[in-house]
Design a protein around this ligand. Sequence first.
Ligand code: KIV
Length: 245
Amino acid sequence: MIAAYDALMARIVAASEADAILVGDSVAMVVHGFPSTIHATTEMMCTHVAAVRRGAPEMVVIADMPFLAARRGVAAATDAAGALMQAGATAVKIEGVMGHQDAISHLVESGIPVMGHLGLTPQSVHQLGGYRVQGREPRAAARLREDARMIEEVGAFSLVLECVPAALAATITEERAIPTIGIGAGPSTAGQVLVLADLLGLDPRFQPRFARRYLEGHETVRDAINRFARDVRTADFPTPAEVLA
Ligand code: KIV
């Protein structure tokens, strides 16, 4: 699964061998420059879901429910999920489970596929004390296993595990019938997800160890822009062939 946010990138993902696009609320940080995903809104998510859907009409597109959207009761969660589905999502992803099991069950019973998300849940970054590995202590690991059980029980079709020890991710994957998708969770999850901007190496300020870079995107794009700027300054661009008659 690839996290992407616009039609241009969605078109590239659709032409690739990836299985699904996640319109993650990381869009608030990667595209909009906010310091956390807390700044994503339903309106922002819908705009990006619609753009991704236009770029990838046939793909599975999973949309993040934004900060607190599942915590204001079943009706508010239904409104937010309904807006994301009408914008073009195939499914929604919801962080955590305790305290909003009823909202998840209701969405599932309403025909909306729900993906869970446990471990480092970035919308809770201030409570977690930063972006750190979750579930290292035995009690925290037991709690994560219980949360995973509950997510399956309330009807989620899949579960993202973010930044948890590889052994714990392997245990949860083995215990649960629904497929797990890992990010910073080792090799044993059923699938993996990366943010496209990380995979492409577009942001030199953010290079976590778990996110393998398949391109030095920042340098590649910067060098292309530099070549353009130099060609303009030396009058090598445009050439007669690039001039419209
Ligand atoms: O918002 C996001 O991109 C995500 C992935 C990192 C799993 O939730």
